[in-house]
Design a protein around this ligand. Sequence first.
Ligand code: SOE
Length: 389
Amino acid sequence: MSIAATKNVVLSDESPILNVAMIGHAFMGRAHSNAYRQVNHFFDLPFRVVAKVVVGRALDRAGAAAAKLGFEEASISLEEVLARDDIDLVDVATPNDSHFAIAMAALKAGKHVLCEKPLAMTVAEAKLMAAEAKKRKAKVGLWHNYRSAPATKLAALMIARGDIGVVRQVRAVYLQDWLSDASVPASWRTDKKLCGSGAHGDLNAHLIDLTRALTGLEFLSVCGMQQTFTKERPTGKGKAKAEVTVDDAFCFLARFAGGAIGTFEATRVAPGRKNYNRIEISGTKGTIIWNLERMNELQFFSFADQRDAQGFRTIMCMDSVHPYAANWWPDGHTVGYEHTFVHHLADFVSSLKSGAAFAPNFHDGLKVQAVLEAAMQSVKSGTFVKVNV
Ligand code: SOE
């Protein structure tokens, strides 16, 4: 239909509306907001997602964020927003220590909840959140966005159909370098009371979830070590210093049900590694590698290839046959980090109508929390600790 050819076209979307209240508006708030703005333009969904209200601690800053991020309103009262009948989905985009209180209040107010990772500060909190979610009809999800890249979704499909045989080993690293310099000020991410752990909960959480998503393996026991290289940092206020109470780097070994084993490394002090999230999964028949720095590709090796032609080959995962790809552009056009949030949200919104299970939900979040916590306990004991969830 050419709009120019008609006089009074009313372009109205008759879909039911899904009003979102986003709690917090920093880096993740920006990434989520982009998904709220884009998702209906590129995915056919049962709801029209409306970025309704940003909740922050200061009205001027929340108001400025609402204007910039495309929300209709700003508020400093979570209680008032949760009491509103016109709010359907609550997005918890705040630091880790507030996930529990906000998500529980939102669930008790009957809202759907999408929560940033990691789910909680402790397994105890995560257990209560998963139990509360199970009691409610509302849908819950975690923003483990790396599950939702075309290439990682394809990797999960390839592993599930046996392309690399039985999984034997997982090698996963998530390397950053933004805390390499001791002069970088302290933040909530360096204070155990506000984040629970450092690179471990921030980055190993992604690796644990991605391992479960791609392989279906469950963690049986883990043994870890950690290091805090910079023990105190400037507060950014005069000469005052703040103690760093979390890890700069955290590595752990893992044993999985079925006999597979794994190595995991998270760090914020690896100079030159900006956001280097890489997972390599070896099976009895082959190996598959995904690297966020080349996020639209998979490296794939298969013993099924002719012996003289065996070698890692690159699969470009942006053809119409690949997950999510057809929603964007013709074959071979690439997507970026921010698109993983759009895909994640599209799957979540679709599940609200279809009733299909959405993963990762709060039970998946509890699983991640249990691995994180067991690894932290193993640092004290120096032995393998069972993952008890
Ligand atoms: C900081 O380490 C951070 O923003 C993480 O918190 C995100 O989860 C990760 O995707 C990018 O880096």
